[in-house]
Write a protein that binds this ligand. Structure first.
Ligand code: ZN
Ligand code: ZN
Length: 604
C-alpha cells in the first residue's frame, strides 16, 4: 500500500512509499537515517576482484555526481555540495553515465559470479535510466516539485554521521548557493504542469519548518564560534527567502491567464519506457494492466461469495441490496466496526508482530533469526502526518542497527479521524498492515537485505518493485498458510486490499495512457474498490503527480508469484516454501527479473 513521494527524482529514493504527499522528503515510508560504514567485500577470483574494485570507485563517483541522493542513503560524504540545475548539470549527468557505462562494459559479464552479475545489471540499468531521465523524460523541465532544499537539509542536520558542529558547517556550505539554486530552478521550468506547481508550493511551504525553531535551537546549542554561527544563520535566512520567492513565482504562474501548462499525463510512449526503467520486470505495462482489469472481476466474484455467506451473521433476515457491489460494501461496513480502541491500537500491533514472528517459524516459512531487532514504536515526530504506519530500515551504508515498525499515536488524532482510521485498520485489516509493513513484509525483508546481501549496490539502488511486490506477496502468502484461520472476514478484507493494489495499476494506466477522466477514476475507487471519497481523492491526486510507481505493487507481486510457480516446477520434490523465501531474499533488493534469471538457472 502507500505511496511514494512522487517528487523525488532519484531512483535510489523511489522505493519508498507514503500515503500523502505532504512534504517531499518526510513523506517517505521506508526511511534511512544514520551514519556511514562501508561494507567488506568477500574474496572472488580475478574478474570478480577487479569488479569489486570497480564498484567501489563507481559508487563513490556516483554519490559525488548525485550528492542529494547520497544524503538519503547515508553516505556521509559530499553533503556540502549543491548541484545548480541547468544545461551544464544536465550535460554533466549524461557524460558521467556514458563514461561509466563504457567502463562497465569492459568487464566480461559471463566470467563474473552470480552476485556480481546482478550488480553489473543493476549498475547498467541505473546508468541507462539516468540517461533516459535526462535526455528523454526531462522531468526537471516540467516538475516544479523536484526543487526543494528542505529534505536534504533535514537529513544533513539529523543524520548522526558527524558531530553537530560539523553538521551545521556542512549545512551552511550546502545552502551557500541556495538563491542561485532556486533562480536556476525557475529558469529550468520550461513548460511545467499545474499539478506539480501546486505540489511544489505545498511541499516548499511545509519544508520551511526545517529551517525554523529546532534548527535555530541547534545553532544556539552548538559550540561554533559567534562568527561561524552568524554565517550559518545568514545562509539559512537566505534559503528561506529564496524558497519564499520561488513559491511566489510559482503562484504567479498559476494566476497568469494565458500561461500554457503541460498536461500531467505523460502518454503511452513515455509511460512504457519509464515502466521499463523504473520497474525492471519482465512484464509490459499492458500485460499488467490487462491482468489487473481481469483480476478485479475475479476478486469481485470471490468477495461477493464471502459477503453472501456473511450476510445473515451481520444483517439477519434483512433484505439484501440488489447489486452485488452493495452487498459487499454493506458487509465491509459491519466488519469496519470491529476495531481496537484508540488507546489500544498500538499495543494490538505490538502483539501482532510477536505472533507473526512465532507463526512464520511454526509454519516453517523462514529461517528467521528472531534475535534480529525489529522494534515496534510510536511514529517519531518527523515522520508524522503521512501514514498510519511505516517501516524504517537501517541505512544501506550501515551494517547494524534497528529496523523500526512505526505506528502513529491514534490517541493524538481528533476523534473523527481516529474513528475513520480505526475502521480502515480494523481488527482484520490491521493484521494485514502488520504483515505488509513488518513481518514478513518490509521490516523482515529489510533485515534480510542487510544481512544477506553481499554487496552494497543492490542496497543503495533498491528496486521499489521488488520491495513493494514482496510486501504485497506476503499478505496472501500468510493467509494461504493459515494466518487468520481462514476466516471469512479476513478473506473479504484481504480482497479489499487486493482491489486497492490492482486499482493502483488501473488508475495509473487509465490516467497517463488511456486519457480517462477524474470521474471515471473516482467511480472505480469508490464504487468498485470500496474506498472512501477522501481516499479516492488522495489516490487520484497522487496519480497526477507520479507516473508508473503506482504499478509497482501489483507488478512486483505478480512477478514474485509467477517466479514461485516456475521455481516450484524446477525444484520438483525438493521444493519447499522456506527454501524459496530464503533464496529469493538472499539477493537483496534487486530487480525481480535479475533474481529470476539466477534462481531459474540450471546450475542453481
Ligand atoms: Zn468505531
Ligand atoms: Zn509497502
Amino acid at each position: 500500500m502507500h505511496s511514494e513521494n512522487s517528487t523525488v527524482r532519484h531512483p535510489a529514493l523511489r522505493r519508498s512509499h507514503l500515503r500523502k504527499n505532504l512534504y517531499s522528503l518526510f513523506a517517505v515510508s521506508i526511511i534511512f537515517i544514520g551514519g556511514c560504514n562501508t561494507r567488506q567485500t568477500s574474496n572472488h577470483d580475478s574478474s570478480d576482484n577487479a569488479f569489486a574494485a570497480f564498484q567501489e570507485k563507481f559508487l563513490d563517483a556516483y554519490w559525488k555526481q548525485y550528492p542529494a541522493a547520497s544524503i538519503f542513503i547515508g553516505y556521509g560524504k559530499y553533503y556540502d555540495t549543491l548541484v545548480i540545475p541547468g544545461d551544464e548539470a544536465a550535460a554533466a549527468t549524461i557524460r558521467f553515465s556514458r563514461q561509466w557505462l563504457d567502463s562497465l562494459k569492459a568487464f566480461p559479464y559471463d566470467q563474473l559470479h552470480d552476485n556480481n552479475k546482478i550488480s553489473f545489471n543493476i549498475i547498467k540499468n541505473q546508468l541507462e535510466t539516468d540517461i533516459w531521465y535526462q535526455e528523454v523524460f526531462k522531468k526537471d523541465e516540467w516538475d516544479a516539485s523536484g526543487y526543494n532544499l528542505s529534505g536534504t537539509s533535514f537529513y544533513i542536520i539529523n543524520q548522526p554521521y558527524a558531530p553537530l558542529n560539523d553538521r551545521l558547517r556542512i549545512l551552511s556550505k550546502h545552502l551557500q548557493q541556495s538563491d542561485a539554486y532556486y533562480d536556476a530552478a525557475l529558469k529550468r521550468l520550461r513548460q511545467p504542469t499545474r499539478e506539480h506547481i501546486e505540489l511544489a508550493i505545498l511541499q516548499n511551504e511545509g519544508g520551511i519548518s526545517v529551517f525554523e525553531e529546532s534548527l535555530q535551537d541547534s545553532i544556539d546549542a552548538s559550540h561554533l564560534t559567534d562568527s561561524e554561527k552568524k554565517v550559518v544563520r545568514e545562509n539559512v535566512e537566505k534559503t528561506v527567502r529564496a524558497i519564499r520567492q520561488f513559491i511566489q513565482a510559482l503562484r504567479n504562474m498559476l494566476s497568469e491567464k494565458d500561461y500554457t501548462f503541460r498536461s500531467f499525463r505523460i502518454g503511452k510512449k513515455l509511460f512504457v519506457e519509464k515502466f521499463g526503467y523504473d520497474l525492471a520486470t519482465t512484464f509490459t505495462p499492458e500485460e499488467i494492466y490487462n491482468r489487473a482489469v481481469a483480476d478485479k472481476k475475479v476478486y469481485h466474484r470471490k468477495m461477493f461469495g464471502l459477503a453472501e455467506r456473511l450476510w445473515s451473521k451481520y444483517y439477519g433476515n434483512q433484505k439484501k441490496p440488489t447489486d452485488t457491489l452493495s452487498i459487499i460494501r454493506s458487509v465491509i461496513d459491519k466488519i469496519d466496526l470491529q476495531h481496537a480502541a484508540p488507546e489500544h491500537f498500538f499495543d494490538s500491533l505490538v502483539n501482532q508482530v510477536e505472533r507473526l514472528k512465532e507463526f512464520i517459524l511454526e509454519k516453517d516459512l523462514f529461517d528467521f533469526d528472531t534475535a534480529y531487532p525489529i522494534k515496534v514504536r510510536i511514529m517519531p515526530e518527523y515522520l508524522r502526518g503521512v501514514s498510519v504506519a511505516n517501516a524504517e530500515f537501517t541505512p544501506p551504508y550501515q551494517t547494524t542497527g534497528v529496523t523500526y515498525y512505526n505506528i502513529d499515536d491514534l490517541t493524538e488524532y481528533p476523534k473523527d479521524k481516529a474513528e475513520g482510521t480505526l475502521r480502515e485498520y480494523n481488527t482484520y485489516s490491521s493484521q494485514l498492515l502488520s504483515i505488509h509493513e513488518a513481518v514478513p513484509g518490509h521490516c523482515l525483508q529489510g533485515i534480510y537485505n542487510n544481512k544477506n546481501s553481499p554487496d552494497v549496490v543492490r542496497s543503495v539502488f533498491m528496486n521499489g518493485t521488488m520491495i513493494e511486490g514482496w510486501a504485497v506477496y506476503t499478505e496472501g502468502m500468510m493467509l494461504e498458510n493459515g494466518w487468520g484461520n481462514h476466516s471469512l472476514e479476513m478473506d473479504l478484507i484481504h480482497g479489499k486490499w487486493k482491489l486497492r493494489e490492482l486499482s493502483n495499476v488501473i488508475v495509473d494506466y487509465d490516467l497517463h495512457v488511456l486519457n480517462k477522466s477524474r470521474e471515471s477514476i473516482m467511480n472505480l475507487l469508490v464504487k468498485e474498490c470500496f474506498q472512501t471519497q477522501a481516499q479516492a481523492e488522495e489516490k487520484y491526486h497522487r496519480a497526477t503527480v507520479s507516473q508508473v510507481q503506482l504499478c509497482s505493487y501489483y507488478s512486483g507481486y505478480l512477478a514474485i508469484e509467477s517466479l514461485r510457480e516456475e521455481y516450484k516446477r524446477k525444484m520438483g520434490d525438493k521444493y519447499t516454501i522456506k527454501d524459496f523465501h530464503e533464496k529469493f531474499l538472499s539477493f537483496g533488493s534487486s530487480p525481480i527479473k535479475y533474481i529470476r534469471e539466477l534462481m531459474l538457472a540450471e546450475n542453481q
